[in-house]
Design a protein around this ligand. Sequence first.
Ligand code: AMP
Ligand code: GLY
Length: 425
Amino acid sequence: MNVLLIGSGGRECALAWKISQSPLLTKLYAAPGNPGIAEYAENLDIKVSDFDSIIKAIDQKQIDIVVVGPEIPLIDGLTDKINQHSPKTLVVGPKKDGAQLEGSKDFAKQFMVKYNIPTAKYKTFSKDTYNQAVEFLQTLSSPYVLKADGPAAGKGVIIENDFNIACQELKEMFDGKFGESSSEVVIEEFLSGIELSVFVLTDGQGGYVILPEAKDYKRIGENDSGPNTGGMGSVSPVIFADNVFMQKVEDKIIKPTINGLLSEKIDYRGFIFFGLINVLGEPYVIEYNVRMGDPETQSVMLRIDSDLLELMKYAALGELKGKGIEISSKAAATVVLASGGYPDSYKKGLEISGIENVSGSTVFHAGTKLKDGKLLTDGGRVLTVSSLGKDFSEALEKSLLQIKKISFENAYYRRDIGKDLLKLA
Ligand code: AMP
Ligand code: GLY
């Protein structure tokens, strides 16, 4: 099969690594890809938003299957466009209707309520209903959770302890703090617990497989301190996600979601990322995403023993029913090597050295570029180092040992990824 992978981050690098191992693969292309992805694919100089060029590339390169990494092209209708122009090309990633699960928090909340999927109590407001919004806030207790309805690059959620500041934030959101995305705001009850990410690949016909679960570490500092980032590391499996908990996740969340999509006549073929929180042993949905997580994918891919390209093919064909997935019993730990200063301002274009010395771990590129034969930093999250071990501690130790071999000016990483979970073991 000729495969076109859309995206350029660490998630896509991990997907490229996994797809490249498939016996079904003839040739892998990536649009636009990155220098790490180039080890497994031919990169095409096409932006993820340039749908016309993607369609042209599908024709020219005789692409059999397109795998869409990020959410924005899905929300903007890339899958619909491919289906329209090249109906024979398979696509992993939902159409616009399914992508609303991530594209609109209000849509997602309405869906969860309609299909009895456990989630925080909520209401949605707009500028015209500011007073009612304040009244609703008064019925909740601190901290207050305010969410921009539309996509806001992971930044559209405000959690505020002070009631008056929350009201002020709400006003600013209606006044365009997150542009159009916050013209509507979901206000919801605060849930207290530990978060985890559960991933499903589904085929639009009721078939699905559950991928390894993972936990990501969003804060920049150790012990979960400091501002939020795109994610500083991940582990898989997640200690508290035992069989009992995962059975609840499947029965109360995954199945009702898949059945709900069928009832809504949403033909969803792709990944669903359930952002969950464990509240006293009960799973609740914090959010849906219509893609894989980053940096969870880097740990998840290491633990999938099955041929992922084959599973994605069946998902896109609507033929996943009865297919199983083999998952390694080993543990995976991913540590992100970031630019000093991230998530605020940081330098780009710094020379990276030492990747060739890494052994026994896998380096995925997230924000790098090649210039005059040199590998340079090109983003906040630069590289990820992922390892498998007999248990989580061994996996983390390996990643931490290998990451030391890579250097660039002001490189930063967290050394405590996953360690909070050990206390629960
Ligand atoms: P979201 O973009 O919806 O995933 O929200 C971003 C982050 O805010 C989540 O990963 C949680 O850490 C936190 N969060 C969102 N909603 C809630 C809630 N209802 N209760 C507690 N924390 C929340
Ligand atoms: N790691 C969280 C996300 O990809 O949204």
